[in-house]
Design a protein around this ligand. Structure first.
Ligand code: FMN
Length: 212
């Protein structure tokens, strides 16, 4: 009897130990995968920053000293926006806002929006999205050239009421069978341009403060 009890206790302990090891391994794998995704995303952001703001335009490290902004009113959602600064000869020549279009068909679309100090777009890139392959994923440069249609645009080009997809009376193409995704991106880019216009002075003064 006593032997049976000891055996059962041992089996229980061994089972418990294996469960703990299993849980530990799963958590470890999850945390390593998460770190890998974050690091991959950082490298992808860096590649796109360099593509949007060529080296000839700036003499600073684009990833150094970004601003972190949460402005629900300006951006239409509570996601944090990271503002990278491109500086040349101690002057702010462009900003690149890492912003989020929260109203994609399948959730958030992360974007980089690069704006020259004259208010013109250097370009826009999608950093991550969950849009449907063959429908909304045409926002990706691997799938179509659509995102390049923002190059050189500004708040006056086209005029504010034309900052919409064609289906809504605006100037930007939608995709066949997919209006929600491009509508979300156009809106997010417009809001970023408006944010830049409203905050240009403050952003410029952060450079002067840094220069002492
Ligand atoms: C399975 C499925 C996936 C879809 N994925 C997308 C998508 O990724 N992006 C998008 O804009 N529309 C997508 N659509 C189409 C939208 O539901 C919608 O019909 C389309 O965007 C047109 O929107 P509108 O009526 O507001 O112009 C999808 C539809 C289905 C049935």
């Amino acid at each position: 009897m006593a032997n049976n009890k000891t055996l059962m206790m041992r089996s229980g302990l061994v089972l418990g130990l294996f469960s703990l090891i299993g849980i530990g391994l799963v958590s470890l794998t999850q945390s390593v995968t998460h770190e890998k995704i974050t690091e991959n995303e950082r490298l992808y952001v860096l590649k796109n920053l360099r593509e949007l703001v060529p080296e000839t335009l700036h003499d600073n490290d684009l990833l150094a000293d970004p601003l972190h902004v949460v402005d629900t009113e300006a951006f239409g959602n509570a996601h944090e926006v990271t503002v990278y600064k491109a500086i040349k000869n101690q002057q702010l020549v462009a900003i690149i806002a890492s912003t989020t279009a929260a109203d994609g068909y399948n959730g958030s679309i992360k974007l980089l929006v690069a704006i020259r100090n004259n208010g013109e777009l250097l370009g826009v890139r999608v950093v991550s999205h969950h849009e449907t392959p063959g429908l909304g994923d045409a926002i990706d440069t691997n799938k179509s050239d659509w995102i390049y249609s923002f190059n050189g645009r500004s708040l006056n080009n086209p005029s504010p009421r034309l900052w919409q997809v064609k289906k809504d009376g605006g100037e930007f193409d939608q995709f066949t069978g997919a209006t929600i995704t491009p509508r979300a991106v156009v809106k997010a880019v417009l809001k970023t341009l408006q944010y830049y216009q409203a905050n240009k002075k403050t952003l410029t003064s952060t450079i002067q403060q840094t220069n002492g």
